[in-house]
Design a protein around this ligand. Structure first.
Ligand SMILES: NC(=O)c1ccc[n+]([C@@H]2O[C@H](COP(=O)([O-])OP(=O)(O)OC[C@H]3O[C@@H](n4cnc5c(N)ncnc54)[C@H](OP(=O)(O)O)[C@@H]3O)[C@@H](O)[C@H]2O)c1
Length: 267
């Protein structure tokens, strides 16, 4: 599939519409995050029309190449990409943006790519997972965020595989305290956090009230995957949240339509 030159901006809360926008400009010049004292956290997900976030465990094939282009553009905005360990175990996490955005970031004194963070209570990964590009890649920094409750031997294996380990406080239920994690990210200069799933982690972000925006691609496929608790309970893992539409882009082609939605999360 060749990439389209433009997407149709069907709606925008603050900008003129409808109009055609060059693909390369979509999501490229997002507003600077408001100064709130913690990182601005946006979530980017793709789902099928019937709400599946993965087919046979993989999310990659749900979105088209246009969706893949846009998630790389969003990584150009981000200082940090944040995922749950389940996503790393079932897929891989490679926090790389487009070459032209890498060059722009480097010119502005930023790392060429955002750093990749994986949240994991256990920090326990199989040999096959420890060989994934998240650990082996040298184009971006890789960090596993865990607590003292994980085993020291598992944390050592993560470091030997090529990722840093950050040990943060556990919350009352023994999980990684996400508020403390975001505080640490802010202290270390990671003001723009792009969460990329999966639903179990998204749910925790909503429950910790730290999610600011949702970018959602809706792909016109019906996956027909039977519901499996924990994974296929929607993009927010069953959490409830109020959303206000910021923008809606569409890709219209005789053979494919896709919708790219951006929402503000209501407090
Ligand atoms: N459609 C999309 O856009 C998209 C995006 C991403 C992923 N996915 C799909 O989603 C599926 C994975 O999602 P999932 O919901 O099963 O898993 P997930 O959210 O990726 O990972 C859940 C795991 O993250 C760790 N975790 C997250 N928050 C934590 C906290 N506060 N404290 C401690 N541990 C925490 C735990 O790891 P430990 O078990 O190590 O303690 C937990 O088991 C995959 O099939 C993937 O393909 C889809």
């Amino acid at each position: 599939m060749s990439l389209p030159a433009v997407l149709t901006l069907a709606y925008h809360a603050r900008e003129p519409h409808p109009r055609e926008v060059p693909l390369e400009a979509v999501y490229r010049d997002l507003e600077a995050p408001p100064p709130t004292g913690r990182p601005h956290v946006v979530l980017n997900m793709v789902q099928t029309l019937d709400g599946a976030v993965a087919v046979e465990g993989k999310a990659w094939q749900i979105g088209s190449e246009v969706d893949h282009y846009l998630f790389r553009t969003l990584r150009g905005w981000a200082d940090a990409v944040l995922c749950g360990a389940g996503t790393l175990r079932q897929n891989d996490i490679v926090a790389v943006t487009h070459p032209h955005l890498q060059a722009a970031r480097a010119a502005a004194g930023r790392p060429a790519n955002p750093a990749a963070f994986v949240v994991s209570g256990r920090a326990e990964f199989s040999d096959a997972v420890l060989r994934k590009r998240f650990f082996a890649h040298r184009e971006f920094a890789s960090v596993v965020i865990t607590t003292e409750l994980s085993r020291a031997a598992d944390r050592r294996r993560v470091e030997e595989a090529g990722a840093e380990v950050w040990v943060v406080p556990a919350d009352a239920s023994g999980e990684v305290d996400l508020e403390a994690t975001l505080g640490l990210l802010a202290d270390r200069g990671f003001g723009r956090v792009l969460a990329e799933g999966g639903p179990a982690t998204n749910r925790r972000l909503v429950e910790a009230q730290v999610l600011d925006e949702l970018f959602l691609t809706v792909s016109p496929q019906v996956a027909g995957v039977p519901a499996r608790p924990g994974i296929l309970v929607g993009i927010l893992g069953g959490a409830q949240v109020g959303l206000a539409l910021i923008s809606e882009f569409q890709y219209r082609d005789p053979t494919l339509r896709e919708w790219y939605l951006r929402f503000a999360v209501a407090r």
